[in-house]
Design a binder for this molecule. Structure first.
Ligand code: PGA
Length: 257
């Protein structure tokens, strides 16, 4: 079995960028870039700030762009000041949610267990999940990349069923490559994405392992996307900086066709 059995996913992670008005413009600009192309083989996602969701969802109506959020709380409702629930996201048109991003782990105290709680709640509530894992530079230098990623995958997917895995993609994002302009080589990306696939197979069986899309993220751009996406186990990308420019994002989508 090979890549053709899995759908390519190109997801933009806008992080804390763009106001609702700007979000509307950027979605329209991306659509203008891709509308003449056959993008039916690519799942295109824009993960936008919470407050941009209604405007982005409205602008994406009738296009092939799916809208996602960048986090969600695990409780259905309650005394969690500043948090957002799955139902709230669904009602304003989010189909996806990015969970476990390294910026959440690094700056906002997110742990493998809290990520797992969020993944569970999102999947139970029918949101699709882009689940992020990746090692720090120190961990790579210590030679424990696979160990770290394996723990993140195993704990993050605790109590997630085989059926739920259909609605989850994994993004391998080496922390040292995020926003630094330092992309992993395609060999490094392939090595770890392949390892993640083996871990998923060990947890869920080979059929699920082969069917799960695994993305690379970390300074992916219009220039290096072809090379990264040419790798057997790299099924797409989670793109930060380059997803904020319609032409660059469209170029990366084209590389995945
Ligand atoms: P970057 O971000 O493409 O700007 O490195 C990727 C990400 O954090 O998802």
């Amino acid at each position: 079995m090979n890549k053709t059995t899995r759908k390519a996913v190109i997801a933009g992670n806008w992080k804390m960028n763009k106001t609702p008005g700007e979000a509307r413009e950027l979605i329209a600009a991306i659509e203008a870039e891709i509308k003449t192309k056959d993008v039916s083989g690519v799942e295109i996602v824009a993960a936008v700030p919470f407050v941009d969701l209604p405007a982005a969802a409205e602008a994406a109506k009738g296009t092939s762009i799916k809208i996602g959020a960048q986090n969600v709380h695990w409780a259905a409702s309650g005394a969690f000041t500043g948090e957002i629930s799955v139902l709230m996201l669904k009602e304003i048109g989010a189909e996806y949610v990015v969970l476990g991003h390294s910026e959440r782990r690094q700056y906002f105290g997110e742990t493998d267990l809290t990520v797992n709680a969020r993944v569970k709640a999102a999947l139970e509530g029918d949101l699709k999940v882009i689940f992020c894992v990746g090692e720090l530079l120190e961990e790579r230098e210590l030679g424990i990349t696979e160990e770290v990623v394996s723990r993140q995958v195993k704990v993050g997917l605790k109590d997630i069923s085989v059926a739920q895995m259909q609605n989850l993609v994994i993004a391998y994002e080496p922390v040292w490559a995020i926003g630094t302009g330092k992309t992993a080589t395609s060999e490094q990306a392939e090595e770890v994405c392949g390892a993640i696939r083996r871990i998923v197979s060990s947890l869920y069986g080979e059929t699920v392992g082969k069917a799960t899309s695994i993305l690379y993220g970390g300074s992916m751009n219009a220039k290096n996307a072809d090379e990264l996406l040419s790798k057997t186990n790299v099924d797409g990308g989670l793109i930060g900086g380059a997803s904020l420019k319609a032409a660059d994002f469209a170029r990366i989508i084209a590389a995945a066709i």
